[in-house]
Design a protein around this ligand. Structure first.
Ligand code: ASP
Length: 356
């Protein structure tokens, strides 16, 4: 009898033993198995090249064509990766590389100058399958800051590295470095001179002499990408030179997870562009995801409310691109324009610049 009792308690012990917990690496999803099934094999990608006072009347036909061509080239790189079964993370990184390498955008080559005439670059990337993230701020010699952000995410115990330390890490990880002169462009130098001139005028008129009166009329020009791959994994990334004439090692929203970039398989992936201080205060990218999660509303409803109501009421300007875990896309902005493009699983491409 005693033996039978011991045997029974043994069985009971194993039957009640807790199932192993999900690890942090387990993909996060709220979808039912049917939903996951239906989302497999669909994919999509959306990009931006910055928002701001982008008006048709100030644009030449050649310039417009050049922007559109670069947006198309970039998005097709990411789309091909996704079509061939690659990860959203890789698609985001490689798409952003094309935009970083182009002098048209305020990221990598073509980044704006700070008040001392130096380029300080910021970037971040996030993997929606495990909420892993990496970011860098204030780097001066990293050719493609988005690559370094990914390296921080995958090969360091940290999320955000800045300045000299980030550059030491880049060297150790054999990330491509360039002479700071690589980032010089005539156009951006002229913008810096223009901004300094405007500030001088403001000072002479004894009005506020920060850079905010100038920002209101700015084109921001940051680049970003959000993607959904065939496995239902979301990712987002953002890369920027920040804001013209920035001072004091100012860091904007682009390398701040939750403000400039956010991705969660349960909701959506978002990349922001605009007046960074407001995007940080509003935690814009995370807020869109949180509104979907807590209120159960769609990506379009969430981004509309966050950009057109919350950000606008705060006094912020800019926009976002985002994609949800079903492939729905949102490109919402409260400025005159935003360079943007999206491509779905069927290969349908749409490119926009102005408010249409
Ligand atoms: N959000 C960026 C920043 O504040 C600027 C931009 O989007 O172009 O640094």
């Amino acid at each position: 009898m005693k033996k039978v009792l011991i045997f029974l308690s043994f069985i009971l012990f194993f039957a009640c033993k807790e199932q192993p917990k999900e690890t942090a690496e387990t993909p996060i999803t709220d979808s039912t198995p049917e939903e996951v099934q239906s989302s497999v094999n669909t994919f999509g990608i959306v990009i931006h090249g910055g928002a701001g006072t982008i008006l048709k009347k100030n644009m030449t036909a050649e310039k417009e064509a050049a922007y559109k061509a670069k947006l198309e080239q970039a998005i097709k790189v990411g789309h091909t990766i996704l079509k061939n079964g690659g990860t959203s993370l890789e698609a985001v990184e490689k798409t952003i590389n094309v935009l970083e390498d182009s002098p048209l955008f305020n990221a990598g080559k073509g980044a704006v100058f700070n008040s001392e005439g130096v380029n300080e670059l910021d970037a971040s990337i996030m993997d929606g399958s495990n909420l892993n993230a990496g970011a860098v701020a204030g780097v001066k010699t990293v050719k493609n800051p988005i690559n370094l952000a990914k390296e921080v995410m995958l090969n360091s115990p940290h999320v955000l590295l800045s300045g000299t330390g980030a550059e030491i890490f880049a060297k150790e990880r054999k990330i491509e470095l360039v002479d700071p002169a690589y980032f010089f462009t005539e156009d951006r130098m002229k913008s810096l001179e223009r901004v300094k001139e405007k500030i001088k005028e403001k000072e002479a008129n004894k009005t506020t002499a920060f850079y905010d009166p100038v920002i209101k009329d700015s084109k921001f020009g940051t680049v970003g990408c959000a993607a959904l791959d065939k496995n239902g994994n979301l990712a987002a990334g953002t890369s920027t030179g920040g804001m013209t004439n920035k001072k004091w090692n100012r860091i904007g929203d682009s390398p701040i997870i939750g403000a400039g970039t956010y991705a969660n398989n349960a909701t959506c992936a978002v990349s922001s562009t605009g007046w960074g201080e407001y995007f940080i205060r509003g935690m814009v990218a995370y807020d869109i995801s949180a509104m979907m999660e807590y209120k159960g509303i769609s990506l379009q409803e969430a981004s509309q409310e966050v950009i057109q109501e919350k950000l606008t009421d705060l006094g912020g300007t800019g926009g976002i691109v985002a994609i949800d875990n079903k492939g729905n896309v949102s490109m919402e902005f409260n400025t005159a324009g935003m360079y943007r493009a999206t491509m779905n699983a069927e290969g349908e491409l749409s490119i926009g610049i102005y408010k249409e």
